[in-house]
Design a binder for this molecule. Sequence first.
Ligand SMILES: [Zn+2]
Length: 445
Amino acid sequence: MEILHHGGRFSVTGSCHELRLDGELSVLIDCGLLQGTDAPSANEQQLDFDTQQIKALLITHCHLDHVGRLPWLLAAGFRGPIYCTQATATLLPLVMEDAVKVGITRQEHIIDGLLSILRRLLRPVPYDSWQDVFEGLSVRFRQAGHIIGSAYIECQLASRRVVFSGDIGCKNTSLLPDPTPLEYADLLLLESTYGDRLHENRSERQTQLRMIIERCVSDRGAVLIPAFSIGRTQELLYELEAIIYDLKQRNSAAQFPLVVLDSPLAARFTEKYRDLKALWDAEAKQRLSDGRHPLAFDELHVIEHHSQHEQLVHRLQSTAEPVIIIAAGGMCAGGRITNYLKALLPDPRTDILFVGYQAAGTPGRAIQQYGPNGGYVEIDQQRITIKAQIHTLSGYSAHADQAGLLDFIGSAGGAVAAVRLTHGEAAAQRELRRKIRERFDIPVD
Ligand SMILES: [Zn+2]
């Protein structure tokens, strides 16, 4: 057995690993897009490895850094089965359609062609049940608690079990169940995005979010939240509904902020999240049965058309109203959020709230770094002065922190023989490696 890494070994994007058996048969685990400023553009990410021997693709979840090179895999002639959970199979065509449109081509016949191949190859499987991929390899998808449908994948070979973590979620994530405890692994390939950090806990996060929203209501300045379409956006909506619900209980006459989801794609995913409510955690299901609508509350408005988006940007620049905007892209490198940032970063009443990882070199990272000192950021070649308040709430990021990753290894009760770190920057991996050796005394590379 051999494991080759075609991306995401020492970086947080481009996750793509090949598990090769006997030299001739192999499976690919994820086929993610390289992102960040140093990455080639999406339409230049042809696969630079041989795909002839790849008999199947296993997908941990449908974030682009795990599935974004799938069009290139199909273009290279791959026609094997694509195994993933049922929820991932529901979301994946939407993700693919958008990824191809944004990054590769808008030609409808090519997109339709790719989607029909994709639908033909998809093999949705339930959680927790073993599937034979080919002789000598069975796989099982287990709850990863990262986004809806996310899984870590156990690969059972004749005499070894190799586990690919995908992205591991935090415990107590809104809407989602906790990751299933790990049974055992001869080798665990473990993501390490936040290997050197600890998140705020959920109640601290909620307190901070509530304070930001109360400030938004009192100073009538906008709150801008750059967010990815899948996962964080729905978690945030869930928490915003809870805060607004609470405000209403306490003072039904008060003014409540408007929550604007300015992303047609995020709105479509939110709809899917609502459809997939069978996968929500107990707390979220309880709210539903209490008659609340965590992902479709009264104050939530969706902006579809670009003209409405432009109108709102102009309106917020010239008026004062308590509005919370959630818009893509999550790292401020493109998408509708950039228009809000250009218009509202110079306004001291604005709050920018980061809820996800900001990769080095992105405008998001620059705002985080230089914003608090009254610096500036370059967006679309324009130099924008930052007078807004900058906040980072790391707990919404849907990736386990250092403690969560260590607990995940620990959940196997000592039955992890070796770990290989993936999906993390060098500093995070160094620190996590040290902690794993210290706590478990097992080999880590
Ligand atoms: Zn992810």
